[in-house]
Design a protein around this ligand. Structure first.
Ligand SMILES: Cc1cc2nc3c(=O)[nH]c(=O)nc-3n(C[C@H](O)[C@H](O)[C@H](O)COP(=O)(O)O)c2cc1C
Length: 197
């Protein structure tokens, strides 16, 4: 007999509902996104914490119909492009890999960690604004870097599709069954008192 399914979106401990209600759908409706609404999400991202407050995150974005959107879309792998084409906005997130030291630039060991914090802020603000944000790692980095004029000391981290959610039926057939919130491994499996293992 199969083990009973763990309810995918029930918190084990009390948390604000936003943490379990945010998820990453792929189905977007036709609505456009005012640039001001996107700037609100990027504003949330910029208030993320970062090592020594270096704020290494950088964003290049496009709104559906503009050249920036098409440039980002053109770098996505086919699987992602098939659904992200309907997003209202695409945001490429990069991070600056170096910081200025007394004797020139030195590596910033935390640039990826910090960019991840910015992405989380963005996603939560999108949810609060009644939108959805879906991160993607599936894109051609060299192509995106060229299309977006990425400076040499920056690293692309992810591309985010943003818009308003539509019904799963609006998706290409092969994606419909996957349009459901995912669960999480139990907290006891990832957090231990005293040591990792
Ligand atoms: C860095 C990163 C890369 C991801 N890459 C992709 C991707 O290329 N395509 C995709 O459909 N989803 C992608 N996802 C979405 C994850 O699969 C999703 O966030 C995860 O399954 C958890 O589900 P939830 O966001 O709905 O809670 C990515 C998410 C992150 C954070």
């Amino acid at each position: 007999m199969n083990a009973p399914l763990h309810n995918p979106r029930i918190a084990e401990h009390p948390v604000d509902p936003i943490f379990v209600e945010r998820w990453s759908p792929r189905s977007f409706n036709d609505e456009t996104l005012p640039e001001s609404a996107l700037l609100t999400m990027l504003e949330a991202a910029r208030w993320a914490p970062s090592a020594s407050n270096h704020q290494p995150w950088r964003f290049a974005y496009g709104l559906r119909g503009d050249a920036g959107f098409d440039a980002i879309l053109g770098s996505l792998v086919e699987f992602n492009a098939a659904w992200a084409v309907k997003a209202a906005a695409l945001v490429a997130i990069a991070s600056k890999t170096t910081v200025a030291g007394p004797e020139g630039d030195v590596p910033n060991a935390f640039h990826s960690f910090d960019a991840g914090a910015a992405w989380a802020n963005l996603a939560l603000q999108a949810h609060l604004s009644g939108h959805v944000a879906h991160a993607m790692g599936g894109f051609d980095r060299a192509r995106a870097a060229a299309a977006l004029n990425l400076p040499a000391d920056y690293q692309l981290q992810a591309i985010v599709a943003i818009g308003r959610r539509a019904d799963a039926a609006a998706l290409p057939e092969k994606l419909r069954a996957r349009e459901t919130p995912s669960g999480r491994v139990p907290l006891a499996q990832i957090a231990r008192r005293g040591a990792f293992a």
